[in-house]
Design a protein around this ligand. Structure first.
Ligand SMILES: [Zn+2]
Length: 186
């Protein structure tokens, strides 16, 4: 009897096909140039990308949080393409992490907050720390902003919170240097 009742149930309407979630196969985040993509054993994408410097390569696995932006001896804080491609390929061969959703692009307020937090993490009690945009490379997938946007945000921060960031302008060019201010002693 139960079987008869069950069999009379109307057919559920066919589900709308859902778009395949973007896991990085075609992702081109703002401020970053994706140069190569590898796929790990579970289909997660491993990116090789550049940000502030066109010849400085970085790696980010979109499955497991693996990132790399310095050579294996730690003597350089960037990779040449050959190193990046080799390491990304090796990581993709061994990583079994499932694909995650790609990081959403933050709104401007959130991006500024993330930038300020990143700067705060670099301050110490000893001395002002010079900040170069190149050192943000591994953080750029979470920021998703151009170099120009970052430079403007840093200059605004130096105006709004001079106790956090100061800038020095070159006498001879339009080059600007940024310094995260030393933390107060007490
Ligand atoms: Zn991974």
């Amino acid at each position: 009897m139960a079987l008869t009742l069950f069999s009379r149930r109307p057919e559920p309407p066919a589900a709308e096909p859902k778009p395949w979630p973007e896991i990085g196969e075609t992702w081109t985040p703002e401020g970053v140039t994706v140069v190569e993509r590898y796929t790990n054993q579970a289909g997660a994408v491993v990116l090789v990308y550049t940000a502030a410097q066109p010849n400085w390569y970085n790696i980010a696995c979109l499955g497991c949080h693996f990132t790399k932006a310095s050579n294996k001896f730690g003597t350089r804080s960037w990779l040449i393409l050959q190193e990046a491609a080799g390491t990304a390929n090796e990581h993709a061969t061994h990583c079994r992490a499932l694909p995650r959703e790609i990081p959403a692009r933050p709104d401007d307020d959130t991006a500024r907050e993330r930038l300020h937090q990143w700067l705060s993490d670099r301050r110490n009690r000893t001395r002002d720390q010079q900040i170069v945009i190149e050192s943000m490379d591994s953080f750029r997938l979470h920021l998703q902003r151009t170099d120009d946007w970052i430079a403007a945000a840093l200059q605004q921060l130096a105006v709004d919170q001079p106790e956090v960031l100061r800038i020095e302008r070159s006498q001879y060019s339009d080059h600007v240097s940024y310094y995260a201010r030393r933390l107060p002693q007490d």
